[in-house]
Design a protein around this ligand. Structure first.
Ligand SMILES: Cc1cc2nc3c(=O)[nH]c(=O)nc-3n(C[C@H](O)[C@H](O)[C@H](O)COP(=O)(O)O)c2cc1C
Length: 185
């Protein structure tokens, strides 16, 4: 939680739980998460993000997503209603040139999704721990798309609470003036 300034509650209450209930996320709610992602900003309005997802009521597809996660993530993510992987297009559609912001923008879209989730009493949990090559192959992801993060979304198990000490680097270490390392705030 922020120590020094007030944050909007949907941002302050976002966190990455490791225990979800298997409560269904209604299709309209699920849609709203990806609608939030869809309205993210992107370089040249390329909208380079793609999402491969499966919900728990699609057992085969859900299992395919679960199978690309590393075991430590499989343990808890298997409870979530949605599993997914973010993907960023590495080229601009209008001229075929490299887009170095593809994955950047896909990450920003996932952040919007997480904020929307938090606003609806859900949480999204990103995961770097998954097998990229297996995901590319199993989901038929084309070469000019780069894999970002896997993620799980669901309603948090009421027994699961955010860690008492959630740590963050101080702003002074993160925001510089034009002299590198010199705090701007
Ligand atoms: C790109 C990315 C990869 C992550 N990979 C994992 C992961 O493989 N397993 C895991 O349990 N958490 C993972 N996390 C969650 C982070 O550990 C978590 O966001 C961080 O500790 C901050 O906690 P908070 O999200 O609750 O604020 C990942 C988060 C991001 C954004």
């Amino acid at each position: 939680m922020p120590e020094t300034v007030e944050l909007h509650p949907v941002i302050a209450h976002r966190w990455s739980p490791r225990a979800f209930t298997d409560e269904r996320i209604e299709p309209q709610v699920l849609r709203s998460l990806f609608e939030a992602a869809r309205w993210s900003a992107s370089c040249f309005n390329e909208q380079p993000w793609r999402f491969v997802i499966a919900t728990k009521d699609q057992p085969e597809e859900f299992q395919k997503l679960l199978d690309v996660l590393v075991p430590a993530n499989q343990q808890w993510a298997s409870q979530a209603w949605v599993l997914g992987v973010t993907v960023g297009k590495t080229t601009f559609t209008h001229n075929g040139k490299p887009n170095r912001y593809g994955l950047h923008d896909a990450g920003a879209a996932l952040a919007s999704l997480a904020t929307q989730a938090s606003s609806l009493g859900l949480q999204a949990h990103g995961m770097g721990g998954f097998h990229h090559d297996k995901a590319r192959e199993d989901f038929g992801i084309p070469e000019d798309y780069e894999l970002g993060a896997a993620f799980a979304v669901g309603y948090v198990d009421p027994g699961e609470v955010p860690p008492a000490t959630r740590t963050r680097k101080p702003l002074e270490e993160l925001v510089f003036g034009t002299e590198w390392g010199k705090a701007a705030l």
